[in-house]
Design a protein around this ligand. Structure first.
Ligand code: SAM
Length: 509
């Protein structure tokens, strides 16, 4: 996920709820309840399997499937849906004024729920530190890349070439409208995150505590320097539609699809510098809401952990990247035994360094209760024994995989999970999750994301069912969705029909 992703997905839609009058000041979103199965029949069937069977569409075009075949629609037959899912599905376009009113309403609602100084700290940190700083950073990145392009044109074609670019819009054509919408999406996402915290699904993020290195000006300056230089490179390669090969040529050690500079990121997944700039790039480009979107992974996971002993629970995160989410996971469950895994040794090294930082931040008495292993692996073929892991978590992987690899990862997850285990994936929203965006989200496929168009029409409920995983719970937050699955405790085949018995406690949350 990076600059291009955010711009590609967010420039044409504004998200406000359809029917709610602003003046009512009623809560805009209820806290995510732990799901009680009411609407989903035990073995919900749905009519359509098109997306699992289909091949990924060619990278430049995509015909939209009929509405009833879009994943966002099909999900409602398979998954217990959160209030957030309905909120974002009903969102429609709005004027700047609507957005202003809604923002005020969201903030007022949040303020009326303040119970502790930490509540205020949450909002101060997210609005005035994260989003303000990261918006300024985004503007700096865009300006720097525009200046760089202009200097290049001047050098190559002189003043005439430069004057021919006069019509180009500043800040990559991002208007105040778009800026306001992005800001609103960030605030709405924080509201969901805040309510999840208040509902006890997870803790306040540890990085909002003073003393965290992101309040150290020298650390921030160093990160910003990396980001600006990466932004210039990314935009320049995107403008030139540069080749997306990586420096590593035709390696047999990595799948073909992996040897690619996704979203024109320098070196793809193959350098330390790429790993060091990744977090700030993606957080900047989501204006600070990425962590909050990813933390929704912890909502179904918290239900799964209810009553379990973390010290006896084995959790694997696949495609952990630089491990930022993994630090939130461990901070919520310090005594867990986890494996942080990724295919990139460079990203894994950065994940190790991030976990080390978290350990030193929390101290031995907390961090020493559990431990994390680091493992380089391809999620399509994991080196774990059958039924050896209690839970598997995965964030922002599937949109970068071709269809056969998506299937392989599901098959591996189903093999490796213990019966009763949980799989949670968080990734980009898909077609039908926010119908307002259906005609534009596929455009992100143009930014060196060759599998994105296939991803947004993939029916994950069906993918799970095909390998024996039961669709469980769905949540949506701005640009991301979270889906959880349960591996049934017992599977009996009678006359070719699959019967599934799941743990009743788990089913009812
Ligand atoms: C978009 S990044 C997401 C990283 C991290 N989960 C996050 O959200 O910040 C995708 C990650 O998936 C990893 N990846 C891609 N294909 C993989 C595969 N087949 N097996 C394991 N990891 C893979 C990449 O190395 C990269 O770290």
């Amino acid at each position: 996920m990076n600059t291009v992703k955010m711009l590609g997905m967010s420039t044409t839609s504004i998200l406000v709820p359809r029917k709610r009058p602003v003046s009512s000041r009623a809560p805009l979103l209820r806290s995510n309840p732990i799901p009680v199965r009411s609407r989903i029949p035990g073995r919900a069937k749905h009519l359509c399997t098109f997306s699992v069977l289909q091949r990924d569409p060619p990278s430049s075009v995509q015909e939209l499937p009929p509405e009833e075949q879009r994943p966002g629609k099909i999900d409602s037959l398979n998954f217990q849906e959160s209030a957030g899912t309905a909120y974002w599905r009903d969102a429609k376009s709005a004027t700047l004024e609507d957005i202003f009113d809604l923002t005020t309403a969201v903030l007022e609602e949040a303020r009326s729920n303040f119970n502790s100084p930490q509540d205020a700290q949450y909002w101060i940190y997210h609005l005035f530190v994260r989003t303000s700083f990261l918006s300024a950073q985004a503007a700096a990145g865009l300006s720097a890349s525009e200046l760089y392009e202009k200097a290049k044109q001047l050098r190559q074609g002189g003043l005439t070439a430069l004057m021919n670019t006069e019509g180009q819009k500043a800040f990559g054509g991002i208007t105040s409208d778009t800026g306001a919408r992005l800001l609103f999406e960030a605030i709405k996402t924080y509201e969901q995150d805040f309510k999840n915290i208040q509902a006890g699904h997870y803790k306040y993020p540890y990085d909002m505590e003073f003393g965290h290195r992101q309040f150290d000006p020298l650390y921030v300056l160093d990160q910003s320097r990396r980001f600006i230089s990466e932004a210039i490179g990314t935009f320049s390669r995107r403008n030139a539609q540069a080749p997306t090969t990586v420096w590593l040529e035709d390696s047999n050690m990595y799948p073909k699809y992996y040897q690619h500079t996704f979203h024109y990121q320098s070196d793809g997944w193959f350098s330390t510098e790429s790993a060091k700039v990744y977090e700030l790039s993606t957080e900047t480009l989501f204006l600070g809401r990425q962590d909050a979107m990813q933390r929704h992974t912890l909502v179904p996971f918290a239900r799964f952990m209810g009553g379990r002993d973390p010290a006896a629970t084995r959790v694997v995160e696949i495609a952990c990247g630089t491990g930022r989410f993994h630090t939130f996971l461990r901070d919520n469950y310090p005594s867990l035994h986890t494996t942080a895994s990724d295919l990139s040794p460079y990203y894994l090294e950065e994940a190790r360094s991030n976990l080390k930082y978290w350990e030193s931040f929390r101290g031995k008495s907390v961090a020493g209760q559990g431990y994390t292993n680091f493992l380089q692996l391809n999620a399509e073929k994991m080196p774990f024994q059958d039924a050896s892991q209690d839970a598997i978590l995965c964030i922002y992987l599937f949109h970068e995989l071709p269809m056969p690899a998506r299937r392989n990862v599901f098959r591996e997850v189903a093999r490796v999970l213990k019966p009763g285990g949980m799989f949670v994936l968080t990734d980009s929203i898909q077609l039908g999750d926010q119908p307002m965006k259906d005609t534009v989200i596929g455009n992100f496929g143009n930014f060196a994301e060759p599998h994105y168009r296939g991803y947004i029409s993939t029916d994950f409920g069906e993918l799970g069912r095909a390998v024996g995983l039961k669709p469980d719970y769905k949540d949506v937050a701005s640009a991301s969705k979270t889906l959880s699955f349960i591996k049934p405790l017992e599977v009996i085949d009678i006359h070719g029909e699959r019967r599934v018995t799941i743990d009743e406690d788990q089913a009812e949350g």
